[in-house]
Design a protein around this ligand. Structure first.
Ligand code: DSN
Length: 448
């Protein structure tokens, strides 16, 4: 094929992914179908609005930009500068931050930029143990962080399964880390960031608060904010924030004067190259949505759904790590039910309920098996499921996990999942900016 034929094909292709690449089109359609037919209870999952989806898939993906607004390495960035400045201003306003960097590709990249800002190879980090709720990028030995730095870990207390701040202080005094990381991927309780800062100050460490899971709750004022306390705050944006797969770094008034320029240099050119301009646009839209009263209403319902589901499951004999939840997620210990996390994940998947197996504190199982599962309510709440449906979900989970389900039970649970999915269709979540209600509208149009 000649160059001109190739150009003509590109120009004539219009919007038709189906004609250009039927295989990819078909896979996307199948995934769309899967999302429509499954109850999504993975705690890090969510559904973005049509507006966020449009920004993510926009022509901004064509633009190359490196550096920061007004300081670019390529020309033609006048629109991109305006866009990034808008996103930065919104992030600062929403989180009460003095400085925001919107360029990290992910939450992990944001963490790596913080490490590059304050650490040298071999420096000591104290973060939360992966098996107790921490995150891979906080220093697990097989990761880049684990290989480059001297990583130590605090755990939850054996009796309460909660953070024991006195114990963390004692450990910090012993280890003398240069950086302490507060934040988790599977911790169902409030995190006291002020106390973490006091601990960091006592041992002369910097404090990083990684709020990837709870940033939507923080933005809505439903979890204490780390911005006034931590030297650095990082988050991914696709979980409770309900945005694209990306990251943000925030600095408070107290740390911006010292670290604003350093953190920007650490992101670019320190750990990243060109800006994902389409993701900056999607984050700007996400931030605008998060400023609306409907976002606060959504997060309130998310917390209410989580609380109801947790209480219902406990009433049905499930043991929850730490005895419950304060946020959007919970950890079920399945030891007494006689099944592993892996078996539970598979059993629920067979009736189209999606969860993930999860290590529990002091777990005796290996990570590919686990003794528990993690459940979160962010995605189902976006889809519109409310308190009544949480009672129903507790019943379905109980039927599938409390004993080996019969064929009859599996059929009944599958039917009920289908009914819920039809009742609350896979949606764009469009926010009613005139009121406190979040309204749900039109399905994605991929198949129409
Ligand atoms: N951090 C992982 C999780 O919590 O599921 C993926 O983002």
């Amino acid at each position: 094929m000649s160059f001109s034929q190739d150009k003509t094909q590109l120009e004539n292709s219009g919007s038709s992914l189906d004609s250009i690449d039927p295989e990819v089109f078909e896979i996307i359609n199948r995934e769309h179908q899967r999302q429509k037919e499954n109850i999504e209870l993975i705690a890090s999952a969510n559904f973005v609005s049509r507006a966020v989806l449009e920004a993510t898939g926009s022509i901004l993906t064509n633009k190359v930009a490196e550096g920061y607004p007004g300081r670019r390495y390529f020309s033609g960035c006048e629109n991109i500068d305006e866009l990034e400045n808008l996103a930065i201003a919104r992030a600062k306003e929403l989180f009460g931050a003095a400085h925001a960097n919107l360029e990290p590709y992910t939450g992990s990249q944001a963490n790596h930029a913080v490490y590059l800002t304050v650490l040298k190879p071999g420096d000591r980090i104290l973060g939360m143990d992966l098996g107790h709720g921490g995150h891979l990028s906080h220093g697990a030995r097989f990761t880049m962080t684990g290989k480059h730095y001297d990583c130590h870990f605090y755990q939850v207390a054996p009796d309460t399964e909660r953070l024991d701040y006195d114990q963390i202080l004692a450990q910090a005094k012993d280890i003398r880390p240069k950086l302490i990381i507060a934040g988790a991927s599977s911790y169902p309780r409030i995190i006291d960031f002020q106390r973490f800062r006091e601990i960091a100050d006592e041992v002369g460490a910097y404090l990083l608060a990684d709020i990837a899971h709870i940033s939507g709750l923080v933005a809505a004022g439903l979890h204490p904010s780390p911005v006034p306390h931590a030297h650095f705050v990082t988050t991914s944006t696709q979980k409770t924030m309900r945005g694209p797969r990306s990251g943000i770094i925030l600095l408070g008034e107290h740390s911006a004067p010292e670290f604003a320029r350093k953190i920007d240099s650490a992101v670019f050119p320190g750990v990243q190259g060109a800006v994902h301009v389409h993701a900056i646009a999607a984050k700007a839209v996400m931030l605008k949505e998060a400023m609306s009263p409907s976002f606060v209403a959504y997060q309130r319902q998310n917390l209410e759904n989580s609380r109801i589901l947790a209480e219902d499951l406990m009433a049905r004999g499930f043991r929850l790590v730490s005895g419950g939840t304060d946020n959007h997620l919970m950890l079920l210990d399945l030891t007494e039910k006689g099944i592993t996390g892996k078996e539970a994940e598979d059993r629920l998947a067979s009736v189209r309920i999606t969860v993930n197996k999860n290590l529990l504190p002091y777990d005796s199982q290996k990570p590919s098996v686990c003794s528990g599962i993690r459940i979160g309510t962010s995605a189902t709440t976006t889809r519109g499921l409310g308190s009544k449906e949480m009672h129903c979900l507790a019943d379905l989970i109980d039927k599938m996990l409390s004993s080996e389900p019969t064929v009859n039970i599996i059929t009944k649970v599958r039917d009920e999942v289908s009914r819920l999915c039809r009742l609350y269709p896979h949606i764009d979540s469009i926010y009613d900016h005139n009121g406190d209600r979040f309204a749900l509208e039109s399905q994605y149009q991929l198949q129409s």
